[in-house]
Design a protein around this ligand. Structure first.
Ligand code: MG
Length: 259
């Protein structure tokens, strides 16, 4: 045991002072400036994954762990965020309005779990409607899309008004569903300019199934109109929608990503 620790400490010292441990310097250069199999290419940061694949890893910012809404506020600074927290769940409340994170985010990996009412009421867009608004601007639709027909670019996991999911991976009403979203924010030409030099992109896994594969976002989420980009800052809150239907949420976390 003692010997193992000594060897590990020794290896650590060798790594930090830059003595080659394993790899090559006589191989071609890659576009990132390091050689193929370069011994000096920086090692990835070590993090601890969640106990299960849905739980936040050690470098995630936890936005809701079941206990409180401390990370959230109403989108209207004059109003209170009066969604409900009970039994470890966050629930939208009819007419309470949208809520948003107090922190602002740009590109990110985002995880959320949601459940539409087990008592089925309404149809089409009126059944279990909520939504995740990335940067408060780009909606990934939340809807009960289990045996509930609606326009495809408005069903669950659609980029609302732009792109239907590749498949309908919905679970039934009252069951827990998950989104894992990888989002890269748009890059605008200049501050205040609506022109993008790089549009946003979004990848969505719905219940572990790929439904949006690096979709190039066309602009701000809109109703009955083609999407167009409108300038916004590099970081914005994540919003959750109150669409009049009680939808429950749990286990919400985010990992900011480089642009
Ligand atoms: Mg919605």
């Amino acid at each position: 045991m003692k010997r193992t620790i000594l060897i590990l400490v020794g290896l650590g010292v060798i790594c930090t002072i830059g003595i080659p441990v394993d790899g090559y310097q006589d191989t071609p250069l890659k576009p990132n400036g390091y050689h193929v199999h370069d011994e000096f290419e920086p090692r990835p940061t070590v993090i601890t994954p969640g106990k299960t694949d849905d739980m936040p890893p050690s470098d995630a910012i936890v936005l809701f762990d079941g206990s409180n809404m401390d990370q959230w506020e109403h989108i209207n600074p004059k109003r209170k965020a009066d969604w409900q927290v009970a039994d470890g769940l966050l629930a939208s409340v009819d007419k309470a309005g949208y809520i948003q994170t107090k922190q602002k985010f740009g590109s990110m990996q985002f995880h959320i779990e949601w459940s539409t009412p087990s008592e089925v009421k309404g149809s089409s867009q009126g059944r279990g409607n909520s939504g995740v608004f990335l940067m408060g601007t780009y909606e990934i639709q939340v809807l009960d899309s289990y045996n509930n027909d609606t326009y495809p670019d408005g069903q669950a996991s659609a980029v609302y008004g732009q792109k239907k999911p590749d498949v309908n991976a919905s679970r039934g009403p009252g069951q827990w569903q998950s989104y894992d979203i990888i989002f890269h924010r748009p890059i605008f030409k200049a501050e205040g300019s609506n022109e993008v030099v790089k549009p946003g992109t979004v990848t969505v896994l719905h219940n572990g199934v790929l439904v949006q594969d690096h979709w190039v976002i066309e602009g701000v989420t809109n109703h009955k109109q083609l999407a167009k980009y409108r300038y916004h800052p590099d970081a914005m809150p994540i919003q959750l929608q109150d669409h009049g239907n009680p939808v429950h949420f749990r286990n919400i976390w985010v990992r900011p990503l480089p642009d």
